[in-house]
Design a protein around this ligand. Structure first.
Ligand code: NI
Length: 386
């Protein structure tokens, strides 16, 4: 298919996805639409084993002259609970939801790659699995896919994200971590309540919370190497119900971020020490609840070089990725399959997760071409090793 023709087709698909955003794990219409397009094009959809079916999202397969090796191309399909204020003529029709992270762009570009690869399947040196992943924003989409065992035979994986602040079509690729490891914590403080006029009878959880929040700021400002990025954010606090009563309890939650899994667990360890010290100093009880939400992305250095070279071979310009403290569950695949998470510039007036975010569609076909070339060239390389 000629690229201008593909671009027209993709813009038509893209507008539909943009108008029909659905939140994590509820991408039913989106999945139906993807399935419909793939069927129209005669592309096979992989059925997962009974008991391990994906509720939403799907995997398509394009098999070349041999069944193996297998590489995977991944996009995410979910949207955010944001009211769109982009002013686009094809704005969201699902009130309260918006494709504000470019997942509609990702989905459409992967469909474009499916079309291109299907046309050239006779020349493919193996199989390409095209993964339309649900629930990236919800955090458990990649886990669902891994548990479905649909990627068990995959040797390499490539994933796309739009880069809001990069010029249209600019490709971002960097080795190592580009998206942070994310931890989530909640802290409950149990003290003793009293009359607001009699603080000496209380074990004041509000003062303890204030103390703890201030102490925890030291983890980044005094304990962390300034060249090594980390974040400790308290984002939610609840305590008390009126002006003249010292409450019995306070409750806090927040997030930790770092560019390596080791650094993230160190942050959690320091936060625990701050909780223990405050508990002792204030004479009340502090319980920390902590879990890792997602690990850090980790682009394989050799494959990053390969991906950059592939992009350049298509005449695309490659720059370093924009690093983000946001998490990305593509990282979970990279724990088991070497891969590269690459970005494409869409020159948005606003960043991702903003109601005014706009993904310029003009480079959809370019993204499809890069996905296609990555699959073709990686299969050619892997099949030589067999
Ligand atoms: Ni995203």
């Amino acid at each position: 298919m000629k690229i201008p023709l593909l671009q027209d087709k993709l813009e038509y698909y893209f507008k539909w996805f943009h108008q029909h955003p659905e939140p994590s794990n509820q991408e039913f219409e989106t999945t139906k639409r993807i399935r419909e397009i793939l069927r129209e094009e005669g592309i096979e959809i992989v059925e997962t084993a009974p008991g391990a079916e994906l509720k939403t999202g799907l995997v398509a397969r394009i098999q070349g002259k041999a069944g193996t090796p297998v590489v995977a191309l991944r996009c995410d399909i979910d949207a955010l609970p944001i009211n769109e204020e982009s002013g686009l003529p094809y704005s969201s029709l699902n009130h309260g939801f918006m494709h504000a992270c470019g997942h509609d762009f990702h989905t459409t570009s992967l469909l474009g790659a499916a079309l291109l690869l299907n046309e050239e399947r006779e020349t493919l040196n193996g199989t390409v699995k095209l993964l339309f992943q649900p629930a990236e924003e919800g955090g458990d989409g990649a886990l669902q896919v891994i548990e479905s065992h649909i990627l068990d035979d995959v040797s390499e994986i490539y994933g796309i994200h739009v880069a809001a602040g990069h010029e249209n079509g600019l490709i971002g690729i960097s080795p190592g971590a580009t998206h942070a490891a994310v931890g989530i914590f909640s802290i409950s403080i149990k003290g003793k309540g009293s009359h607001g006029a009699a603080p000496h009878y209380a074990r004041d959880p509000i003062v303890a919370a204030a103390q703890l929040i201030n102490t925890a700021q030291v983890i980044v400002s005094r304990n962390t190497d300034p060249f090594d990025q980390a974040v400790v954010s308290f984002t939610h606090i609840k305590a008390g119900s009126t002006w003249n009563v010292i409450p019995e309890e306070a409750w806090l939650e927040g997030t930790l971020r770092a560019f390596s899994d080791e650094k993230l667990s160190w942050l959690a360890e320091r936060l625990r020490e701050c909780c223990n010290a405050t508990e002792k100093a204030m004479g009340l009880r502090i319980d920390l609840n902590y879990r890792v939400c997602t690990v850090a992305t980790n682009n394989d250095p050799e494959l990053s070089e390969f991906a950059a070279e592939t992009a350049r071979s298509l005449g695309l310009t490659v720059v370093a990725s924009q690093r983000a403290m946001g998490g990305e569950d593509f990282a979970l695949y990279q724990k088991i399959i070497p891969g590269v998470f690459w970005t494409i510039g869409i020159n948005s007036p606003q960043g991702v997760h903003h109601p005014g975010f706009i993904a310029d569609m003009s480079r959809l076909a370019a993204a499809s071409s890069l996905f296609t070339a990555l699959a073709q060239r990686s299969l050619a390389r892997l099949s030589k090793k067999k």
